[in-house]
Design a binder for this molecule. Structure first.
Ligand code: BG6
Length: 520
């Protein structure tokens, strides 16, 4: 066993304080000796999310003392320039306060390798850098490679990692690859990418990021459902009328043309985040919370998920046009910089799914997402059937809606229950009221950022919150027919004004079944 920094064995992947019972899952988990290499380190994601998350983890004492962060990019930077960029990113975006001593310790482990993806020399230099880190920082031969790069560059980087020997792992050392979405743009391309990645890294070393799974409120869906007796008995088609999963954003798409034009809302968000939220909401109880059990339940429910037909009536898409949003006059997608003025990319997408299981037969799951909508909100709303009989005069319950349980994923994280209550007074009148749980008032701890949780899980080798290749492929299989159907239509997506709740077709889609979208 080689000796690492400060007496921690260098090849211990998951360091646990021996004075505490390691089986106690409430204890903070601290990563063992390791390094992280980021490809695409000059990109937005890296500056706004990854670098700040790494600092926040260090600040919370969750990174090992010898942790190393290596940036790989074309820029003509040295280690100091890179450090300066990380410093600015941390100052601007970190969640926790800046502490000089934490920063100084972390910054000692920064390295920058200048290079390009198709250049063997660059990767040989990276290999020397990583080896050097093992020696001087005690990273123990454990390294994660974060591909924050366009999917078109995955094959070349994976091949280079294999060729240079960087991906090779010994029995007591690990090498992992972290992949950012989009993971393909349809089933065929996802399969191709999976094959390329799995050729180099075994599936248990591949960590595909769906950052929604790193959100506290999403993990809380499992706690809410499986740690309580209250909800599970009514979590089925006997009681649930339908489920609405909404991810609405008020931002526009300026500055993202390179990625977004031609991709659109369904591929950007429904294929990954929303189908994952559906899986968490609808899956059966896993026999344990091991990653295998959890993922196998998610795959089972995704396998049973299908689109409701005909797609002309059960889906809707739209594209934002100019309008007033929050007191500001904003332009439409076609006028945003870099977009094709004839772009047919949808910025709003809604689909209807059904789940062919005894639990969910006949319950529609409506999924919608859009940019430049009324406000930023993500929620899972479980809408219950009406009581089979109301022993009241009909005028007394005119104001009574359907009971609902709303998991507020963000912002204003929490859970709302909506039910009828008697209006105070001598008469009997029933009206909807809400009961609220808010993270802000119930807990003193602030929620970590999704990327803090996910990066830590990568370093710990904890795969539960990362979709496996089967899930990714199945999600494309569900979505592909919608994209094909839309692309075959002679007309592009209908417009909707910025600041509204999407196109008329979205309302018609639910209206046909006598339902309405929630206005969160
Ligand atoms: C990303 C999408 O995955 O999620 C973006 O590509 C979207 O289009 C973003 O804006 C939203 O993430 P969050 O965490 O702000 O809801």
């Amino acid at each position: 066993m080689t000796s690492g920094t400060r007496g921690i064995p260098a090849n211990t992947a998951h360091w646990v304080n021996p004075l505490r019972d390691p089986r106690d899952k409430r204890l903070p988990r601290i990563a063992g000796p390791c390094g992280l290499v980021i490809f695409g380190v000059t990109g937005d994601l890296s500056r706004k999310k990854l670098m700040p998350a790494i600092y926040d983890l260090a600040n919370r004492g969750l990174l090992p003392p010898g942790f190393a962060l290596t940036g790989f990019a074309r820029r003509d930077w040295d280690d100091q320039d890179f450090g300066q960029v990380v410093h600015e990113a941390v100052k601007a975006h970190a969640r926790t306060p800046f502490r000089q001593e934490v920063w100084d310790r972390l910054a000692e482990g920064f390295r920058f390798v200048q290079g390009t993806f198709d250049d063997d020399d660059s990767f040989d230099r990276l290999k020397r850098c990583v080896r050097d880190l093992d020696r001087v920082r005690g990273t123990g031969g454990n390294h994660a490679f974060y591909l924050s790069i366009p999917p078109s560059a995955f094959p070349v980087v994976c091949k280079q990692l294999a060729r240079s020997g960087l991906s090779a792992q010994d029995a007591d050392q690990w090498r992992r690859v972290v992949i950012e979405k989009p993971f393909g743009h349809d089933l065929a391309s996802a399969k191709e990418l999976n094959a390329i990645v799995n050729d180099v890294f075994p599936e248990d070393s591949v960590f595909r990021i769906d950052h929604y799974l790193g959100k506290e409120t999403v993990q809380n869906v499992l706690a809410l459902r499986f740690a309580n007796q209250l909800f599970e008995p009514i979590w089925n088609s006997h009681y649930v009328d339908h489920v609405q999963i909404t991810m609405a954003e008020d931002i526009g798409l300026g500055g993202r043309a390179g990625y977004y034009d031609g991709i659109g809302a369904a591929r950007d968000v429904i294929q990954n985040h929303l189908l994952q939220l559906l899986a968490f909401t609808a899956m059966e109880e896993p026999t344990s919370f091991s990653s295998d059990e959890l993922r196998s339940e998610k795959i089972k429910v995704l396998n049973a998920t299908k689109l409701v037909q005909p797609l002309s009536e059960t889906t809707a898409r739209g594209q934002y046009e100019g309008g007033w949003q929050g007191g500001e006059l904003v332009c439409g997608l076609k006028e945003e910089e870099g977009y094709d003025p004839n772009s047919t990319t949808e910025t709003f997408a809604a689909i209807t799914c059904e789940i062919d299981t005894r639990r969910w037969a006949g319950v529609p799951f409506y999924l919608r997402t859009g940019k430049r909508l009324g406000r930023r909100v993500t929620e899972i709303a479980v809408i219950f059937k009406r009581a089979p009989h109301l022993p009241f005069d009909s005028t007394m319950t005119e104001e009574l809606g359907q009971n609902a349980l709303v998991i507020r994923v963000q912002p204003d994280e929490g859970v709302t229950m909506r039910f009828g209550s008697k209006v105070p007074g001598s008469q009997m009148e029933v009206r909807d009221v809400t009961m609220d749980f808010g993270y802000g008032t119930a807990f003193t701890e602030a929620s970590p950022e999704a990327y803090e949780r996910l990066i830590l899980d990568v370093l710990l080798g904890e795969p539960s919150l990362f979709p496996v290749n089967d899930e990714v492929e199945r999600s494309w299989e569900i979505l592909d027919p919608v994209i094909d159907y839309w692309h075959a239509l002679p007309e592009g997506p209908p417009p909707y004004p910025a600041g509204s709740w999407g196109p008329r077709q979205a309302n018609e889609m639910l209206g046909r079944t006598g339902r309405t979208w929630r206005r969160p």
